[in-house]
Design a protein around this ligand. Structure first.
Ligand SMILES: Cc1cc2nc3c(=O)[nH]c(=O)nc-3n(C[C@H](O)[C@H](O)[C@H](O)COP(=O)(O)OP(=O)(O)OC[C@H]3O[C@@H](n4cnc5c(N)ncnc54)[C@H](O)[C@@H]3O)c2cc1C
Length: 396
């Protein structure tokens, strides 16, 4: 098995603060006023994605030797929080791309890193992550997509679900099962970096449908089918040593992904709280601003407290990851709490907005539709509780 050395990266705090401040200004000026124009009709925000590229965000966590910004987890967490405060889908544009890049930089051969990472760092080549299937999500080990060796090639057959950025991607981090030599399905789950042409069809790969979603709109999440799709041995992540290690590698990349989903939760919760606070000061009922009714003031107090707790848990998980500490417990707690908090605060903000909260003229209905994804994606709340309880019980 390949020896994987832990890379410790720390972003200079002044550089991080400057970057977050520039990003915040951009979010205020370009994202917040325009998000609904793209979100409601489910239209891809091409210009915003290009501007994210100008900030270097497609290479946010890619090592600098391959042209990326090499941000530490804490800084990337703050980036995701800031984007999600404006519009959560923007974080989705880069997250699965960077999970794919993380798999390559952590487990790929030198040739594979050189081949894909510099193009991914600029956003010229877009990546996506494809683990889920129609019949396997939480139980990822039950996946059925099959990769069979044929000389120097691999032949892929199967259907993948929920592939975010799947159509725009030029590389897919695909998890597929390599049968044992006796042909049984018991063989190991393996990760391939599948090259494809962006679009609906590429070789034996087709986008079989685009999924219409409650929230997280503006970027595509698709079902992707593989019908005798052939790829070269050079697309097997990590070469021969990668066979059977795919699920373990993917789960290690998802651990960091969970901190990022927690950061999305913090961003959406912050947006909901900000909207609720401003509205409560401005809206009058019974002769005074509604913020002066104690029921509303106490709700704001609870919202602010939960928001602060979610942020602290999320930053602590990022800090631990940067210090090279084990993060399964911290990331699980952060993801569980921050995602549930985002949903609670979105509903609280809607209550405070009264009827206006139900109108598409105010952004709180979007927060209410976006927040549940954080409870589901990259491991549901129930799966986080499994991860947390297993870690706690193992410590006894
Ligand atoms: C908008 C969107 C984008 C996504 N993008 C991607 C992507 O880019 N790539 C990708 O690979 N996947 C993606 N996913 C898939 C996502 O990761 C899965 O939906 C998620 O892991 C849950 O799997 P499932 O939907 O199959 O639910 P299931 O696993 O069927 O779960 C159904 C319910 O059962 C519960 N449950 C399951 N097992 C247990 C258990 N052992 N104990 C207690 N409760 C349990 C779950 O918590 C849930 O409440 C995306 C999903 C969505 C909605």
């Amino acid at each position: 098995m390949a020896l994987v050395r832990k890379r410790m990266v720390m972003t200079d705090s002044d550089v991080a603060d400057d970057m977050i401040s520039a990003l915040r200004n951009w979010v205020e000026a370009e994202v917040i006023p325009n998000a609904s124009d793209f979100e409601l009709p489910d239209e891809y925000p091409t210009d915003m994605a290009l501007q994210m590229g100008d900030f270097g965000l497609f290479g946010a966590t890619i090592p600098s030797e391959f042209g990326g910004l090499d941000l530490d987890n804490m800084t990337y967490t703050r980036v995701v929080e800031e984007l999600s405060r404006g519009w959560m889908s923007l974080a989705g544009i880069i997250n699965s791309h960077l999970i794919c890049a993380k798999l390559i930089s952590k487990f790929g051969s030198e040739e594979q890193k050189q081949r894909w990472l510099p193009l991914m760092a600029t956003g010229e080549l877009r990546g996506c992550f494809s683990l889920s299937e129609p019949d396997s999500g939480s139980d990822a080990a039950a996946l059925r997509c099959r990769a069979e060796r044929d000389g120097d090639e691999w032949v892929i057959n199967g259907t993948k679900m929920w592939v975010t950025n799947g159509e725009k991607a030029g590389v897919v981090a695909l998890l597929a099962r390599v049968p044992d030599e006796d042909g049984t399905q018991a063989g190991g789950i393996t990760c391939f970096i599948v090259e494809k042409t962006p679009g609906k069809q590429s070789g034996g790969i087709s986008i079989s449908r685009k999924i219409d979603k409650l929230g997280y709109r503006g970027l595509e999440t698709v079902e992707m089918s593989y019908d005798n799709h052939r790829l070269g041995h050079d697309q097997l992540l990590g070469g021969e040593e990668g066979i059977g290690n795919g699920l373990r590698w993917a789960l290690s990349a998802l651990e960091l992904g969970r901190i990022n989903v927690a950061a999305r939760g913090v961003g959406v919760a912050q947006a909901a709280y900000d909207a609720a606070l401003a509205y409560a000061k401005e809206r009058e009922a019974f002769g005074r601003p509604i913020s002066q009714h104690q029921a509303i003031a106490f709700r704001l107090a609870e919202m602010a407290t939960k928001l602060e707790a979610a942020r602290l848990l999320t930053y602590e998980a990022a800090r631990k990851a940067d210090a090279g500490e084990r993060v399964d417990l911290a990331a699980g707690m952060a993801k569980l709490f921050a995602s549930e908090t985002a949903s609670e605060l979105a509903l609280d903000a809607m209550r405070i907005h009264g009827g206006n909260g139900f109108s598409t003229e105010y952004p709180v209905e979007r927060y209410y539709r976006d927040a549940p994804l954080m409870i589901i994606g990259e491991g549901t709340s129930e799966i986080q509780k499994l991860v947390i309880s297993r870690a706690l019980l193992a410590e006894d």
